[in-house]
Design a binder for this molecule. Structure first.
Ligand code: CUA
Length: 158
């Protein structure tokens, strides 16, 4: 079979790129451990209030983990619990959130924290707040008539 020189070059280029991209994804996922925000952690949505850690929403100091604090949020139509929380400046915080009813959003305005909260699933995000101030949390998934009033806030203090 005769193949034009350009065709061969293009074919080699295509296969090489495929190998490069698959290698990058493979190293990122299996060596660096980059996984989707929540590795499919599930919860019974009707038992959220009695399931740890969601039975005690808010900030909790933890020992012996990669992060210093766990910040637990429970979303339900049309509010978050807690409605406001203080976080110490520079602390590494793992945000853990879920919803009791429908799909809600969890966006921290001005940051790259943006999670979807789905009933039955736990969403997590590890972050460090390195600027003091007030951070607005808002719901960015339309969830009903009170959607636009659904907010909370994180106050980063020294
Ligand atoms: Cu909750 Cu929109």
């Amino acid at each position: 079979m005769h193949m034009h020189k350009f065709e061969k070059i293009w074919l080699i280029f295509g296969v090489a790129m495929l190998i490069v991209f698959l290698t990058v994804i493979g190293v990122s996922a299996f060596y660096l451990g980059n996984q989707p925000p929540s590795c499919l952690a599930t919860i019974d949505p009707v038992k959220v209030d009695t399931t740890a850690p969601f039975n005690e929403p808010g900030l909790k100091k933890v020992e012996g983990k990669e992060w210093d604090y766990e910040l637990v949020f429970v979303a339900s139509a049309f509010s978050y619990s807690p409605g406001a929380v203080e976080v110490p400046l520079g602390a590494k915080v793992k945000i853990i959130a879920t919803t009791k009813d429908v799909i809600h959003g969890f966006e921290v305005a001005g940051t790259n924290i943006n999670m979807m909260l789905e009933p039955g699933y736990i969403s997590e995000h590890i972050t460090t707040f390195d600027k003091t101030g007030e951070y607005l949390i808002l719901c960015n998934e339309y969830c009903g008539v009170g959607h636009h009033m659904m907010t909370s806030k994180i106050e980063v203090v020294e």
